[in-house]
Design a protein around this ligand. Sequence first.
Ligand SMILES: [Zn+2]
Length: 421
Amino acid sequence: MGKFSQFTKLTDEHVLPERIRKMKVRNCSQVFSSTVATAMKVRAMVSNELTPSSQFYVNPKASDTADLLLFFDILFDSVNGSLSNPPPGKNLRGPLTRKSKHLCTWQNALNILPTMYFKSPSDTKTLISPSIKNWTFTIKGLICIWEKLNKAGFTSLSTRAFNQDPLENFFSCIRSQGGQNSNPTCSLFISYFKSLIVNNLVSPHSIGSNCEEDQSVGVLDPLRSFITDDLPSDGTEEVQNVPLPVFPQDPVSPTSCDTDTDDLATPYVAGFILHKIFLKLECSACRNLMMTEDDLFRNKLIKLRQFSNCRLKHPSTQFSKALERITNLVFKVLPLYISSFNLKQKIFDYISGVDLTHIFCTEHRDTLKKTFLDICINVLIYHYVRRINRILNGKDLRHKDIDILTQKAFQKYSRKLHKRK
Ligand SMILES: [Zn+2]
């Protein structure tokens, strides 16, 4: 497997039954997402050519599961539209208008939802879960509201506005005013509400709750700055110049362990980096070296995620290989350099010796190499730090034994866990 994951958002809390947090809507919606659906679909496709004993095998029937995930992803988006400029391929995240595809998506869903039910293999009885029935109610309700608003002259409707989170947040603030009394009477409610208005310093968002932050700004928000004004300095003087471990500048052999089916995530990341590079420079000679028109198997994931109006870039094999090599190098030195000052420059110096002449044209060889390495380092540091953070808070322990730093992070997490018990 490559260094990147195709399931970027998933952690142990999404997968391991004993760790799934049932009240977290976000975790659920991250599973029912197009990212997971396409990654699963491509794995299922790959598995058609693998034996079941292979490490990368998933049952090809997973393709159907992927279709279900995608169906709910679209449905979630359609009732969650608020962005005036939705990202490419996510038009349903925009508001409902006469031209948008919300209504036909809902009509389609109203046909599909009633056909869904649970059935145990040992029993003939079928069970329709309340969520499925309530989806139908929600959709019909939204259609009804839209028809009424439309008649009244409204041209668009933000479906995301229909949620009870602001109300829940408000009540949680009121309750927090009452101390132990979490069930105030009417008159107490009024006095709590008044004091809440006066000192609106309670976080409007209860941490760990099931609601997301609403966009409300506290009534007397500026008051906060009086209290929290003495900001600490930015802490730069604390950073000392840590002596670096000597690292051999060995010419690392390109790891060519992968057959095409192993690593579909690296080409995907490569496509993202290509996009960033082309923002800075357009050169057809470079383009020919870095991109490909061929239908490469390793670019399958990119192809599946291609929406009609978004042009994901298809990296050439040599470009993906170059990224893979850089990734290996950077991940090797990151745990050693991570706490040192000027981290980015240090990594840059370390990998600047890598030969990348074959992916850029002669004219742009030097400038583009710098750009390329710069973007790579940004992406990789982000990726690495996120991985460490996920180990520290116990969200994702898959990578706990990869290097000394991940091991240390895991030890720290274990100690914390031990103390809690
Ligand atoms: Zn060029």
